[in-house]
Design a protein around this ligand. Structure first.
Ligand code: HEM
Length: 402
């Protein structure tokens, strides 16, 4: 099959629903494939790693938007998003990321463990009640979506009373990662404006009355007198934590349960402890990555022998790298015991996911609890995939739990 035909298939609904056979066909072509002038797709594990770790490759930032889309500033969401560390290059990226990392400590993440377990157990109680008579329960809505968003609220320090109004805004804003229909932009902008107003007001409250939460820690860093983190940089990056951290983790939970529904032995191995929760989570991340793709802007160099020049658009397909047969034996087999692990799902290099430890912790707490609580969990109908490519997950995953 011609690589251009494979790529065309990837953008069809069927290709988005199951890109893996198409990735397998692309792997036969090479590690990196030029798909047009200044347009490169990278699918090999090593080549993706090399691009993400090479500081010569940049992310799209305000300067690149100025070049390609002069009107972008009329969208509040992009004004915010161009302060997100995800969309910053050195040296601004290094400055802001290192300040956020000072508050996002492993101690703070590990300290969330009891809260995550409690949130998970409360959600499982509600699922058990709803499904007690054998009725179908909607796993995505009732668990996979609520757990991560509640955990991030807990981490940042968003009061419980505010959380309910807050969730739909977070969901709308997350739409910015994959705008397939420009008609969704007004709702995304509106969510950006409302969340910014909310975080600005909450930051003012926490300044007067600090607590033991990430927001209070970030404010202490911002107020340390050296002016290294402005108020806008702070609140803008709070909205990033919110959107980067929940839909991705939602998809980790949904994609993991989907594996178990098709392969009950994988669930039994988690229940009886023969597979560690951490190994199960990492194999879910590799097998069906919640984030399939990220991208960079090139410079004059080569990637896996293919020439790249200044301004080449480089798509690094993490989900394909995770199925690279050069790296993983029998890549289409779900095998938490594999010793050739190491998924690319959290990226690599300077932008490596700052929430990776938190996402892994949420998965490692949630899966054993879910599977032990519901040993007979079974599919109760056709799952519905989200019609997105970059973020891979389900809209609906109905199950029975008794
Ligand atoms: C399974 C869950 C998750 C997945 C698959 C995931 C994936 C990723 C990936 C691939 C990147 C790098 C993007 C790039 O290089 O262009 C990234 C960056 C990031 N992630 Fe995650 N993420 C997850 C959970 C989280 C959580 C829970 C948080 C925070 C609460 C978070 C916050 C961030 C932030 C702030 C960045 C930007 C880092 C930077 O640019 O320096 N993520 N994530």
């Amino acid at each position: 099959m011609d690589p251009m035909e494979i790529l065309a298939s990837l953008s069809t609904p069927a290709g988005r629903a199951d890109p893996y056979p198409l990735y397998a066909a692309l792997h036969e072509v090479g590690e990196a494939i030029e798909i047009g002038p200044r347009d490169l797709i990278v699918i090999g594990y090593d080549a993706i790693n090399a691009v993400l770790r090479d500081p010569g490759f940049a992310v799209t930032d305000a300067a690149s938007l100025d070049k390609n889309w002069p009107g972008w500033r009329s969208n509040p969401v992009f004004v915010q998003a161009t302060d997100w560390i995800l969309n910053l290059n050195a040296p601004r990226h290094s400055r802001i990321r290192s300040l956020i990392a000072r508050a996002f400590t492993s101690r703070r993440i590990a300290g969330l463990e009891p809260a995550i377990a409690k949130i998970a157990d409360d959600l499982l109680d509600a699922m058990a009640e709803r499904g007690a008579d054998g009725a179908a329960v909607e796993f995505m809505h009732d668990f996979a979506y609520l757990l991560p968003v509640t955990v991030i609220c807990e981490l940042i320090g968003i009061p419980e009373a505010d959380r309910e109004g807050f969730r739909p805004l977070a969901r709308d804003l997350a739409g910015v990662f994959e705008i397939r229909d420009p008609a969704t932009l007004p709702a995304i902008n509106q969510a950006a404006v409302e969340l910014l107003a909310y975080f600005t007001a909450l930051a003012a409250r926490r300044r007067d009355d600090p607590r033991d939460d990430l927001l209070s820690d970030l404010l202490a860093i911002a107020d340390s007198g050296d002016g290294r983190l402005t108020d806008f940089e702070l609140v803008h990056n709070l909205t990033l934590l919110l959107v980067a951290g929940f839909e991705t983790t939602t998809n980790l939970l949904g994609n993991g349960l989907h594996v178990v529904l098709h392969d009950p032995a994988a669930g039994d191995a988690v229940r009886d402890g023969s597979v560690s929760p951490a190994a199960f989570v990492d194999e879910v991340l590799r097998f069906d990555s919640p984030v399939q793709l990220t991208s960079r802007i090139g410079y004059d160099t080569t990637v896996a022998g293919v020439r790249v020049s200044q301004d080449t658009e480089v798509a690094t397909v993490l989900g394909a790298g995770n199925r690279d047969p050069r790296r993983f034996a029998d890549p289409g087999r779900f095998d938490p015991a594999r010793t050739d692990g190491g998924p690319l799902s959290f990226g690599g290099g300077a932008h490596f996911c700052i929430g990776a430890a938190l996402a892994r912790l949420e998965g490692a707490i949630a899966f054993p609890r879910l599977l032990s609580r519901f040993p007979r969990i079974t599919s109760a109908g056709e799952p519905v995939r989200r019609d997105t490519f970059l973020l891979r997950g389900f809209d609906s995953l109905p199950v029975t739990v008794v």
